[in-house]
Design a protein around this ligand. Sequence first.
Ligand code: ADP
Ligand code: MG
Length: 304
Amino acid sequence: EVQQVSDLEKLQVLGSGNGGTVYRVCHNKSSKVYALKVIRGGATDQVRQEIEILRSCTDSPNIVQCHGVFEESFDDISILMEYVEAGSLDVLAKTLGSFSETIIANIAYQSLMGLDYLHSKKIVHRDIKPSNLLVTREMKVKIADFGVSKIIKSSENACNGSVGTCAYMSPEKFDSDGKDYNVFAGDVWSLGLTLMELYIGHYPYMQPGKEAENKSVIWEICFGEPPCMPEDASEHFKDFIQRCLQKDWTKRWTVRQLLSHPFIIGARQKVGIGSIKLGTKRENSVRSIGEIGELLERNLEFNK
Ligand code: ADP
Ligand code: MG
């Protein structure tokens, strides 16, 4: 058990953003490795919420686990987490280029299990995107970064405050008419966009090489057609993404519905407890990437 931050040795910066800086750290006494998120500026209400959520999500294999919170100095607050060694999917995607359908089905299934857990506790993540999904060596997926998440209390209207990352936000959140929507449906849109990105190898609303302005991306999300999957994807995969990327949130599938979509069911049956089949062009490209390839060749067993 880690008693205080000074027992931890900082080894490396894993990432930094609006929320703070995340370090890989080593606990001197036990030699155990953890991730430590240091948030400067102290405990705002939102930071308190992030901590409350992490502390209440202790029994899902698909949510990053919290091992303690330290408030030692005046304006730093540190969250100790399990270290998820293969890192976040944005970084992995940069190394790998793109992911095969088999791997994406695996990621989809585990992310949905994580979201199902959250949604059943009335927690909306609100910032699902590649950099907030972490993976272990064994390709276990862990949802991280509750920096803009919220526990929905039954009495409040949660449909205000468009938070999150614009690029992954669902169309209804940009609508300022004050119309009610289901906040949980926003996580499904973001997941759909994330999974599509992992397959095609770039953010779906932007063509590689073309720098679009943020403004025109938001315009596309609100007024354009949802992005289209490439022809080479299977029918089940295309259908799955289409169910996530329904602009009208009333038509978008829920996490529960998606968990029994043929794309998920089929992949779970195919993978089973054996190893994944390598062979398609995409899978070969993944296999060649040293350590990551190794972990993918190993048992891609699902969490169940
Ligand atoms: P921010 O609010 O700044 O986005 P995150 O919690 O998303 O903070 O962490 C930033 C980055 O640090 C992540 O995208 C990921 O690459 C890395 N990271 C965060 N937590 C962990 C962890 N537990 N294990 C490994 N890497 C992590
Ligand atoms: Mg993040």
